[in-house]
Design a protein around this ligand. Sequence first.
Ligand SMILES: Cc1cc2nc3c(=O)[nH]c(=O)nc-3n(C[C@H](O)[C@H](O)[C@H](O)COP(=O)(O)OP(=O)(O)OC[C@H]3O[C@@H](n4cnc5c(N)ncnc54)[C@H](O)[C@@H]3O)c2cc1C
Length: 301
Amino acid sequence: MSTVVERLNERRPVFSVEFFPPRDDDTDEAALWKAVRQLEPLDPAFVSVTYGAGGSSRGRTIRTTKRIADETTLAPVAHLTGVGHSKAELRNVVGWYAENGIRNVLVIRGDPPGDPAGEWVPHPEGIMYADEMVEMVSACGEFTIGVAAFPHGHPRSPDLETDTEHLVGKIRAGAHFAVAQLFFEPEYFLRLRDRLAARGCDVPMLPGVMPLTTKKTLAKSIELSGVDAPPELLRRLERFEDDPEGFRAAGIDAVTKICERLLAEDVLGLHFYTLNRSTATREIVDRLGLADSPVPVPAVA
Ligand SMILES: Cc1cc2nc3c(=O)[nH]c(=O)nc-3n(C[C@H](O)[C@H](O)[C@H](O)COP(=O)(O)OP(=O)(O)OC[C@H]3O[C@@H](n4cnc5c(N)ncnc54)[C@H](O)[C@@H]3O)c2cc1C
């Protein structure tokens, strides 16, 4: 099987997807696995599984990632965050990943539990920044390591240049690829890619994309990107305030346009934040011609 980095460097653009581990609830579990099975034939380059703050989802992240490794043809990437963990605990989790055949890890510092914008207090025997975790995971064995990137700069960073230096620090510490936080305007991602290139960093970096299917996904995208949506996009979507189907159609059109612009700029692929659903992602992937083979996409959300 190709490694994640080999897949990202394929000559044609690829796509990848992010899931979160479902709570121990049959409905959530079934929804996730339906999405996994529906995306599998489209051959995503990898599927990543998030890690709850402070290890709150540790067991579920390991279980979900292992099941993807064991029961599907997909390449799983397990997230790992440093919040609330000592370095010894982090090494243990990395050891469990390895024992379960998981060799791709997205290494993230994480946010303080409760209030993500609150004061960051490291575990007394833990890490301060993600670059230390990258070094630690590299030292644990043969892993393909991804890190988080922020087209608008991380909210805690004083400016874009400093933020870029810190991203470069994570890459120089041993990261093999990066996945970007959400943004609405491709120029912000492309400028970050230019800033990295100017510093001699050419690891693959994927833009993060969330299908705008509902008012809730729009609000989530604004929250995660850390910026307001462009007024033109808001005006287009506001027309569908009381028309969920119209909103979904306009939102998917808008996201498809963003993706088209990124692909025209030769991005290596697109990383979809799926919220454990697949229909909208499949629709966009299909429109962009990124699927391995054309796959029928149902008309309903
Ligand atoms: C693709 C992606 C996936 C994510 N997955 C998860 C997840 O699964 N679970 C979860 O809880 N959260 C997740 N997050 C959110 C993430 O935890 C937060 O955005 C967090 O605040 C930043 O993590 P980081 O790894 O970028 O931190 P860091 O790289 O450590 O950066 C944090 C801040 O410190 C600065 N900094 C970095 N290194 C240094 C240094 N050496 N010296 C001084 N300053 C430095 C940075 O510029 C930044 O301002 C994800 C985010 C992204 C983009």
